[in-house]
Write a protein of this length. Structure first.
Length: 471
C-alpha cells in the first residue's frame, strides 16, 4: 500500500479531511483519499485525459472550416486553455479537494452555483468516456471482427473500473505508461509524415467557408484539449498539491500544445485536409485522421502502418482510463456532501478509493454507450466543459475580491487578464455551441435545470447537506 498521508503544509486553509463530516463510524475507519501522486504522475494524468483528442474527432472540424478555419479556431482555443489552466491552478492549489470546480464555486460564489458547476463537471466527465469507449470498441473490432463493438467497449469499462477501484497509485502508474506510449506514437507519426510535408497541401482550399467555418470549428478545437482540468480533481490525492499541481498542470499543457501543432501540420501536410476527412470521394467524414494520413505514405498493408495504428490505441485507452478516474472523484464529492445518495461519497476501507462512485459512473456510461449516439454524447460532454470553464473563471475573480487573505500558494500571472481572457473565449465558445447544436443545447440545459430544481427543493435544506457542505 502507498505510504501514509503526508501532513498538509502550515497555513493551508483546507487541511481538514473531506470525510470529517461523515459518520463517526466512517471516521473511525480512517476512510480518506490517500496522498500518493507526484508531478510526474500528474503530468501522465493530464496528458492522458486529453490525448485521445489528438487521435480522432478533431479532423471533423476541417470539414466545417478547412485548414485555416480550424487553425484559427484552435489558436484561439489554445489561448483559452493557457489562460484557463493558470487561473484554474490557483483554485486547485488554494482549495485542493476532489470536487474540483464544485468545491471552488461553492466557496467563491454560493451553493447554487456550486451545484450547477458540479453538475456541468459531472456531465463532461460522464459523457466523454462512453464516446471514447465506442472508439476503442470500433478499433479492436477491426482486428477482432468476431467480437462486437459494444461488447468490447463494455469489457473496457469493466476492466478499467476495476483497476481504478484497486488503487489510485496503480491506476496512475498504468495511466503514465499508456500515456508515454501514446505520446511516443504521435512523435513517431510526426517523424514519419513530416518528410512528406508540403506547404501547398496546407494552402489547398484552406478557407472554404470563410469566418463562418471558424465559428463552426470551435467545438472540434476544444476536443483537442477537453478534460485537462481533471488534474484538479486528484489534488486531494497529491503529495504537496500546492507545488505539484502547478508542475503537473503546466507540463501537461505544454506537452499537449506541442503535440496539437505537430499532429495538425503533419497530418494535413501529406495530402491536404480533405485527405484526412474523407476516406474516398462521396464517403461520410471519418474520425480517423492519422490512419488516413499514413495510408497516403505507406499504404494500408505495411508493417509500419499496422504498428503505428496498434500503438495508437494507447491514446484512446489513456483518455478513457484517465477520465474514468477524474469522474469518480467528482461523483464522490457530490455523494460526500449528500447532493446525491451518500453511499457514493464513501471510500473503500481497504483500497482507499471511491469504489461506489466508480461503479455508478460505469453503469451510467454503459447506458449512454448503448444509445449508439457517439457524436451527440461528445457534444453534450463539451457543453459541460464550457460551462465549467465559465463558472470557474468567475469564481477566480470573485474569490480574489471576497477572500483576498485566502492562502494562495500559486497566484495566476497577469491577473485579472488571464481569467478574463479565458472567460471571454469560453463564453463565445458556448454561444457557438448553442447556435450550432440547438436540440442538444436544449437537452443539456434541461438536464441542468431539472437537476437544479431537484437540488433546490429536495436537497438544499436537508440537515446532511447543511452539515457536510461546510466541512
Amino acid at each position: 500500500m502507498p505510504p501514509p498521508t503526508r501532513p498538509s503544509a502550515p497555513g493551508n486553509v483546507h487541511q481538514q479531511d473531506p470525510g470529517q463530516a461523515r459518520s463517526s463510524k466512517d471516521a473511525s475507519e480512517g476512510a480518506h483519499l490517500s496522498r500518493t501522486l507526484g508531478p510526474v504522475m500528474l503530468w501522465g494524468l493530464g496528458v492522458g485525459y486529453v490525448i485521445s483528442g489528438m487521435y480522432f474527432g478533431w479532423n471533423l472540424g476541417l470539414a466545417e472550416g478547412g485548414t485555416l478555419g480550424l487553425a484559427i479556431a484552435t489558436g484561439v482555443i489554445i489561448i483559452m486553455y493557457i489562460t484557463f489552466t493558470f487561473s484554474y491552478t490557483e483554485l486547485a492549489c488554494a482549495i485542493p479537494k476532489a470536487g474540483g470546480v464544485f468545491d471552488y464555486a461553492n466557496r467563491g460564489l454560493n451553493r447554487e452555483f456550486g451545484f450547477i458547476a458540479g453538475m456541468a463537471q459531472l456531465i463532461e466527465f460522464l459523457f466523454a468516456p462512453p464516446a471514447i469507449a465506442a472508439a476503442i470498441g470500433a478499433y479492436f473490432h477491426i482486428f477482432f471482427p468476431g467480437f462486437s463493438v459494444q461488447g468490447i467497449a463494455i469489457t473496457a469499462y469493466l476492466l478499467f473500473t476495476c483497476l481504478n477501484i484497486y488503487g489510485v497509485k496503480a491506476a496512475a502508474v498504468f495511466e503514465l505508461i499508456v500515456t508515454v506510449l501514446a505520446v511516443f506514437e504521435l512523435l513517431l507519426f510526426s517523424g514519419i509524415t513530416l518528410p512528406h510535408f508540403s506547404m501547398q497541401h496546407l494552402r489547398e482550399n484552406a478557407f472554404p467557408f470563410g469566418w463562418r467555418g471558424v465559428w463552426a470549428s470551435i467545438p472540434f478545437a476544444i476536443w483537442f484539449f477537453l478534460g485537462l482540468e481533471g488534474v484538479a480533481n486528484v489534488a486531494e490525492e497529491t503529495v504537496n498539491p500546492q507545488r505539484n499541481v502547478l508542475l503537473g498542470f503546466g507540463s501537461a499543457l505544454a506537452t499537449l500544445v506541442l503535440l496539437c501543432v505537430l499532429v495538425f501540420i503533419s497530418s494535413i501536410g501529406v495530402g491536404g485536409w480533405e485527405a484526412i476527412v474523407y476516406p474516398s470521394l462521396g464517403a461520410p467524414p471519418s474520425d480517423s485522421p492519422l490512419p488516413l494520413a499514413l495510408s497516403k505514405i505507406a499504404g494500408t498493408g505495411t508493417l509500419v502502418y499496422h504498428l503505428l495504428i496498434t500503438i495508437g490505441l494507447m491514446g484512446l485507452v489513456a483518455s478513457f482510463h484517465g477520465i474514468i478516474l477524474a469522474a469518480s472523484r467528482a461523483t464522490y464529492e457530490f455523494g460526500r456532501v449528500r447532493y446525491i445518495p451518500g453511499v457514493f461519497g464513501k471510500i473503500h476501507t481497504r483500497f482507499k478509493t471511491p469504489a461506489n462512485a466508480l461503479v455508478v459512473n460505469m453503469v451510467i456510461g454503459i447506458i449512454a454507450l448503448l444509445s449508439g449516439k457517439t457524436d451527440q454524447i461528445i457534444t453534450i460532454s463539451v457543453f459541460g466543459a464550457i460551462t465549467l470553464y465559465i463558472l470557474s473563471m468567475i469564481t477566480v475573480l470573485t474569490l480574489r475580491r471576497r477572500e483576498p487573505a485566502l492562502a494562495r500558494p500559486f497566484r495566476v500571472p497577469f491577473y485579472p487578464w488571464f481569467p478574463l481572457v479565458a472567460l471571454t473565449i469560453a463564453a463565445i465558445s458556448l454561444i457557438a455551441m448553442v447556435t450550432l447544436n440547438i436540440k442538444l443545447a436544449v437537452i443539456y440545459f434541461s438536464i441542468l435545470a431539472l437537476s437544479y430544481i431537484w437540488f433546490h427543493f429536495f436537497v438544499k435544506r436537508t440537515p446532511d447537506a447543511e452539515k457536510t457542505i461546510n466541512s
